[in-house]
Design a protein around this ligand. Structure first.
Ligand SMILES: Cc1cc2nc3c(=O)[nH]c(=O)nc-3n(C[C@H](O)[C@H](O)[C@H](O)COP(=O)(O)OP(=O)(O)OC[C@H]3O[C@@H](n4cnc5c(N)ncnc54)[C@H](O)[C@@H]3O)c2cc1C
Length: 449
């Protein structure tokens, strides 16, 4: 017997946002369970152990609801500053509160536990928790978040190093000292520097990445007054059009950041219009540049990096970690020279992992093996339709199984940040309600559960 309308697997931002949308729009008697083994509403981003970690988006851009952009700013009340980069833990308080409000609706419940397996059953899905309980739901939302950074490209000894940190987002850096090697120079590396500085770290930080570049930095800029129309015939045309807009905007006194921000809401539609071969070209040649300019660091965060660099306590290398032998790291620099050092700690800041890492969770491993989810061609994430329905191993959309958030990387152009995730959550909720509406099964049955 079907017990439930919707099981939401993961209660971070995405799962909470789907629950909030369902709480707003679902008919009476509708039943939802959120499965979350950790703290509700926080996930990797907003569950950081360091109060100094800031959002990298201004408060004005962080509402959970696309149709109410000022929601988060209003929630901040007396602390409200639309332009501020507020602490991530505070943002986690906001998400958790919205999730808890959704759970006040009758038949909306939280299950404090991990999901171990999801299998198709007659008219829905059996959701099995790690504790062994089973529940049958008409629909499932997979919202399991960011996979840990990949480590398969690292020399084998790295993950066995006693100071290896494979989960850079949840780590408590107060115990970290001496020589620290960061692999990657993106926003995560900057977060590590912020946490180390706040924890009184006195050693040297060595930062290595392919290009040795850091994310661009936010600035207080006027919004661009044009919605840039870009020719999406091919990747080259997109780049050319973008450059033309930047040149014109700069002549009129705007900053390049304003043009990036104006293009961002259009990026998904530009992406969809690009032919598949051109998408791949964009990924290969332009994605990194786009991300560096689009995922920007707050000025305060970049200032910490600057202090480290000026005092000689942070050294940046453009190259790769070629080997780690008996605790000695050999860095092959792009100019052909080599540097050796003996790190006490090695932190993997190389970015969100793909399906290979996701499949370390028995839940995803099992779903891939059963074929109810499948990897998109580059292995960045799982395949979905534009409406976020999972696509199975045979290429067919799976009725009743939706995927929201970072696991759809690759199927969507942007699947990381709140401005895109809140739109996904709204879309998934409306698709779920449309698909379950009119079905005979269990909204009312669930009321008894
Ligand atoms: C360090 C960091 C900082 C970020 N900062 C920003 C920012 O400033 N602004 C911005 O817009 N975006 C930011 N992001 C992007 C971030 O991806 C989103 O904002 C958002 O947090 C993603 O939410 P999510 O719910 O999809 O994933 P998560 O927040 O990771 O939540 C997924 C949840 O699923 C649960 N889960 C996993 N597996 C299972 C299972 N088998 N069973 C049950 N539950 C499970 C986990 O416990 C977790 O709570 C940041 C990301 C990171 C990693």
């Amino acid at each position: 017997m079907i017990d439930l309308d919707v099981a939401i697997v993961g209660g971070g931002f995405s799962g909470s946002a789907v629950a909030a949308q369902l709480a707003r729009h679902a008919p009476d008697g509708f039943s939802v369970r959120i499965f979350e083994p950790s703290e509700l509403g926080r996930g990797a981003a907003y569950g950081t152990r360091h109060a100094e970690h800031l959002l990298n988006t201004r408060a004005a851009g962080m509402s959970m609801f696309p149709d109410d952009p000022e929601h988060f700013v209003r929630w901040l009340g007396r602390r409200a500053d639309r332009a501020a980069f507020v602490p991530r833990r505070l943002y986690g308080d906001y998400v958790a509160e919205i999730a808890r409000r959704a759970l006040e609706r009758p038949h909306f419940r939280l299950v404090n536990g991990r999901v171990r397996a999801i299998r198709r059953s007659g008219r829905g899905f059996v959701v099995e928790s790690a504790a062994g309980s089973r529940i049958e739901a008409r629909a499932v939302v997979l919202a399991t978040g960011n996979a840990l950074p990949a480590d398969h490209f690292l020399p084998a000894e790295v993950t066995a190093h006693p100071g290896y940190v494979g989960d850079p987002w949840r780590y408590d850096y107060r115990s970290v000292g001496g020589h620290v090697l960061l692999i990657g120079s993106g926003l995560t590396a900057l977060d590590v520097l912020v946490a180390l500085r706040a924890s009184g770290h006195r050693g040297i930080v060595h930062i290595i990445s392919r290009h040795g570049r850091y994310p661009a930095v936010h600035a207080d800029v006027a919004p661009y007054d044009v919605i840039p129309a870009l020719d999406a015939r091919d990747a080259r045309s997109v780049l050319r059009g973008f450059r033309r807009h930047v040149a014109e905007a700069c002549l009129r006194g705007f900053d390049w950041r304003s043009v990036v921000d104006a293009v961002r809401p259009e990026s998904e539609s530009i992406w969809r219009r690009l032919p598949p071969l051109e998408r791949r070209r964009f990924e290969r040649h332009l994605r990194t540049h786009w991300e560096r300019h689009r995922h920007r660091a707050p000025e305060q965060v970049d200032a910490v990096r600057d202090v480290y660099a000026r005092s000689g306590k942070a050294i940046t290398y453009a190259g790769r970690l070629a080997a780690l032998q008996r605790g000695c790291a050999r860095i092959a620099l792009n100019d052909g020279t080599t540097v050796t050092l003996r790190p006490d700690w090695i932190v993997n800041c190389s970015g969100v992992g793909g399906v290979r890492v996701m499949a370390r969770d028995p839940l995803i491993e099992g779903m891939l093996a059963d074929g109810i989810v499948s990897a998109e061609t580059r292995g960045l994430g799982l395949r979905t339709t534009w409406e976020l329905a999972s696509i199975d191993a045979s290429g067919t959309p799976v009725e009743g199984l939706w995927i929201v958030g970072p696991p759809v990387r690759g199927s969507r152009f942007e699947a990381t940040a709140v401005p895109e995730l809140r739109v996904m959550a709204e879309l998934a909720a409306s698709e779920i309600l449309a698909s379950l509406r009119g079905n005979t099964a269990p909204m009312s049955l669930a009321a008894q559960a």
